[in-house]
Design a protein around this ligand. Structure first.
Ligand code: CTP
Length: 502
């Protein structure tokens, strides 16, 4: 089996360089072997070559593509880009990394070690496998058995592995979420003991932490995307939610009105909503008609997941007690406040680190839009919403309407009144309304026939107005009339504008 999969790699033109080495001296190592065995896709291929010098490896590789030495050439750690390919392949001599200080920058590579030594300094047993081109597997730390039993276990002494590089603590949580594995007892104990190492400041660089912010954000996003409630659960268990996302920690013990939220405080509600989002994903997978909606719901999108996590960010700061409000606990304006708090989070934790074409790419403004509008589907009668607004929210690819619907479904499912039955009245009405208007809107969008009428600047010029909310309202009204077929050209719109004394 493994030989067959290795054969597929050998047949790929990007790996032609491998034919220049003896089959027994080239090893695929680390995550690539793990994923080969799990039949998972892996973009990164790392090879370790034994019995050759750095100089020999470089000379051979140069015949097949571009070679760049990472650190100094003497270490034999190369980034290789095959001819006519954009793939980057890591090729190295067996090596271990030695830390000369606490930080990720204080890393010194040491070569002249055996393959076994190289594997022994890797993070987890499932990542410490090596496979040579003959299909021979080196499994010194029972990685295969841990893969079978779905276990994340540190290689050797867990505390040592985590002290060398505390980003491995986040990696353990991330792999447990991605692979649906459990973390072995001693490894989990060490993650709990040492989790604070992640955030320790570097000597002489107080603003920098032992684990770089980009790594924190990347590992968090990967784990959270794979299993949102499990990842937040881990951060909570390791007592690092307060360090990574203090705004979520602040939701704890923020009371909610009992006759809407019998489930508990804002934190409990938010975690439950994440679980409900996962349920929605499962339900839609089993039955695409689970919700009879013409506008698709996208619970799998990273925006929907982060949107659910962050939707009530504004609640802790908008809390108004029953005594203060005169009737019940209220959170007036928490949607707007929440969107602002998101800025603060992004300043501290770079959640937009993934490239635009990556499924984990997050645009802060688009996420803020979701938070700002999360009450639309849960608190407003859709029959009072303008057609042009529905179009803007749910039929415009610039906005995240499909994610907003998924977020709202999860939010409502996790808003449990004392009767135990969430109230979907407004949500169902919105879906019905969207199904009705979708016919008109899709038809018009398909025709592409709707001409440009008037934009905000033109409206201001014609009516001699200054920028204001009113200009936007007039623009929306013009769009409503256009969708209803009552205004067909710019001229008609101008006549209408002048006739209606705004
Ligand atoms: N590794 C490690 N400690 C780290 C990062 C990486 O020991 N902090 C080792 C592991 O053996 C890992 C290999 O380097 O498998 C390659 O690392 P990387 O490409 O970052 O991760 P993968 O395990 O391949 O997983 P993914 O591609 O999903 O990030």
């Amino acid at each position: 089996m493994l030989e067959e999969r290795m054969q597929l790699i050998l047949e790929n033109p990007d790996f032609k360089f491998l034919s220049a080495f003896k089959k027994s001296e080239v090893f695929l190592v680390g995550g690539a072997v793990r994923d080969l065995i799990l039949k998972r896709k892996n973009k990164d291929f790392d090879f370790v070559i034994i019995d050759k010098s750095a100089q020999e490896i470089e000379t051979i590789l140069k015949n097949y593509g571009k070679v760049e030495a990472v650190e100094s050439r003497a270490f034999g750690v190369f980034k290789f880009m095959p001819k006519r390919s954009k793939k980057i392949i890591d090729i190295a001599l067996p090596r271990i990394d030695r830390w000369t200080g606490l930080g990720y920058k204080d890393l010194k590579t040491q070569t002249g070690v055996s393959l076994e030594e190289d594997l022994s300094r890797r993070d987890f047993t499932i990542n410490a496998l090596a496979l040579n081109l003959e299909g021979e597997l080196i499994d010194k730390f029972d990685g295969i058995s841990d893969l079978k039993n779905k276990i994340i276990k540190a290689v050797g002494d867990a505390s040592e592995r985590f002290m060398e590089d505390p980003s491995r603590i986040l990696r353990s949580l991330r792999f447990a979420c991605e692979l649906n594995f459990t973390i072995e007892e001693n490894t989990l104990l060490a993650t709990k003991d040492l989790a604070q190492e992640i955030f320790k400041p570097l000597k002489n660089q107080e603003s920098e932490t032992r684990v770089a912010k980009e790594i924190m954000a990347g590992e968090f996003l990967k784990g959270f995307n794979a299993n949102p409630s499990k990842m937040i659960g881990f951060l909570n268990e390791l007592k690092i939610l307060k360090d990574l996302l203090p705004e979520i920690e602040a939701m704890k013990r923020v009371e909610q009105p009992k006759n809407f939220h019998s489930e508990g405080d804002v934190f409990i509600h938010s975690i439950l909503a994440l679980e409900k989002l996962q349920e929605l994903e499962d339900n839609l997978k089993n039955n695409p008609q689970f919700i009879n909606s013409n506008v698709v719901l996208k619970p799998t999108s990273i925006y929907a997941k982060l949107g659910v996590l962050f939707h009530d960010l504004g609640k802790p700061l908008s809390f108004i007690s029953a005594e203060e409000s005169g009737d019940r606990i209220r959170f007036t304006g928490h949607d707007i406040k929440g969107a602002k708090i998101l800025n603060k989070i992004f300043k501290r934790l770079p959640l937009s680190i993934f490239a635009k074409d990556d499924k984990l790419h997050v645009d802060k403004e688009k996420l803020a839009w979701l938070i700002k509008h999360h009450m639309v589907c849960v608190a407003i009668d859709p029959n009072t919403i303008r057609l042009s607004t529905l179009e803007k929210y749910f039929f415009n690819p610039d906005n995240r309407g499909s994610e907003l619907l998924a977020l709202s479904y999860a939010d409502i499912s996790a808003t449990i009144p004392p009767s135990g039955k969430p109230d979907f009245t407004l949500f169902n009405r919105l879906i019905k309304k969207l199904n009705e208007v979708s016919v008109i809107i899709y038809e018009k969008q398909k025709e592409q026939a709707l001409p440009h009428l008037l934009d905000g600047n033109e409206i201001m010029r014609i009516l001699n107005l200054k920028p204001s909310k009113k200009v936007g309202e007039i623009k929306d009204e013009i769009r409503d009339l256009q969708l209803a077929g009552k205004l067909k050209s710019e001229e008609e719109a101008i006549v209408w504008l002048k006739a209606n004394k705004f």
